[in-house]
Design a protein around this ligand. Sequence first.
Ligand code: AMP
Length: 585
Amino acid sequence: MAEEAVVGIDLGTTNSEVAIYAQGRVTVIPDAEGRTILPSFVGVAEDGTLLVGEEARNQYIVFPERTIRSIKRRMGEAEPVTMAGQSYLPQEISAIILKRLKGMAEAHLGQPVRKAVITVPAYFSDAQRQATREAGEIAGLEVLRMINEPTAAALVYEAGRQEGKKILVYDLGGGTFDVSVVRIEQGVVEVISSHGNNHLGGDDFDEKIVSHLLDHLQTTQGVDATPDPRAMARLRRAAEAAKRFLSDHPYARIEEEYLLEHQGQPIHLSLELSRDGYEAMIMPFIDQTLEAVHTALSGAHLTSSAVESILLVGGATRTPLVVRRLEEIFGMRPRGEVDPDLCVAMGAAIQAASVQGQEVSAVLVDITPYTFGVSALGELNGLPSSDLFVPVIHKNSAIPTHKSEVFYTVVENQPSVEVRIFQGENPDARKNRLIGEFMVEGLSRAPENSPVVLRMDLDLDGLLHVSATEKKSGLSKRVTIQDALKHLDEAAMAEAQSRLDHLFGANDDESEPGRSSTTGGHQEEVMARALLEKAERMLDQASPEDQEEMINQIEEIRQALENQDHAALQEPCEALAEILFYLET
Ligand code: AMP
């Protein structure tokens, strides 16, 4: 008889999953419709049918009183919850979710499932753990182990690891945030310290967008949607969808037709949200999580430099701002290549297999070993440059993947943009490998700072599709790069770099020959304007003598720009750049 299956279960606040480890692989088990994520919603339909997951979540929009969400927050409390007029203990509601997961596993495996490893947050009290165990029992599951969620995540990335390693697990879910410092050694994971906020997560981000939508309705149409529960539920759903979209795209459109009726008139909602605007809304939340990160580090008596790896868990860690801020603090890119929604269930499955005495190892995923991006105007070594490398798809991203970023035109009426695509890690694009370039011509006559959206799609075969679209007109151009994942070998790379250094006259980045002749002075103009802007910003940091000198050079540059005299730009620009350089160092 086949060995009895032991499944791993992530019983989450927003979503739950069940997984199994077999023959060195973890499978997250899908339901009959192929869905692996079960929303942690339970409801009773009007005809008395029990609804679990997606169906319950859909019902929540129209019948919140017949539906329970986020029951995990209530675990360990004696107070019952009410659903469709009936009282239930929190562990009974959780048991309904567990029973559904158990059923999915049985259908998938074709055998009964009686045993499970279930994960709980590291901060869960004894009462909360006990309630979770009871929920398992009510569902007909023997809970062999309850493991901490950060432990599960560490196992996914590091199972089987022998030498010691200190890892920070940053887990931002729908309704909770936890950060833990864990140590893995000889395959054993230990949580050294843990901190978090039980009421902070992606749902708060949704609420921020909802408030923004309400304000918009109020100011543009004089309507208050808050008293209408159905309109509010639709707004929440639209906000969440927009939030997810903004993780991969610089803009999201929100369209809700016939949202509600006001004085007999139908009210439609239509607006666009930019990622920048959204990030400004959620910045205070991210700051709170980072404070918790510091608390967890001091609880473990560690500084940020002692952390050897950062693991991302929870759907909300797909928010680019989270990744960016962590990277700024730790100077390394957090790892999120294993689906952050499924990671904890996968770790529970690995633990389940190890409880059964199976040899286990970390999960393997298809990732890109290289970063792909484009060159853009920005600061390089403290000076304005048009060769700043801006990553779009980062190294170690799971593939297939797509990402979009927004770039801006730099001069008024700019007729075209040049897109140069690079593979590599160096902030100086010229030191990376140029793998493609194209021009988008015929841009509409727009003011400077007009957005152009760049999108990259990388597939498993190493095909990289790149498109650039002018946002205002929809004008678009696209190229496909074959073999994007191929790389020069190390020797060829070193040779190419030394050739390049030679060409540039080692370390002399500003003396690239022949640039002006190919760009017809456009590039010089862009650089000069960037330099002017920076000089104006730094003017009050300079000594009175330097200030005078700077003002003279600024004036000369302005004159040259006005006269379209590109040759006259070089000297004052060089002089000004030199002063700025000394001001900064
Ligand atoms: P969890 O509780 O770990 O299942 O996380 C669910 C949270 O992650 C919810 O707030 C989701 O809206 C959020 N989420 C899922 N996908 C994304 C995404 N692509 N970008 C931002 N947030 C997301």
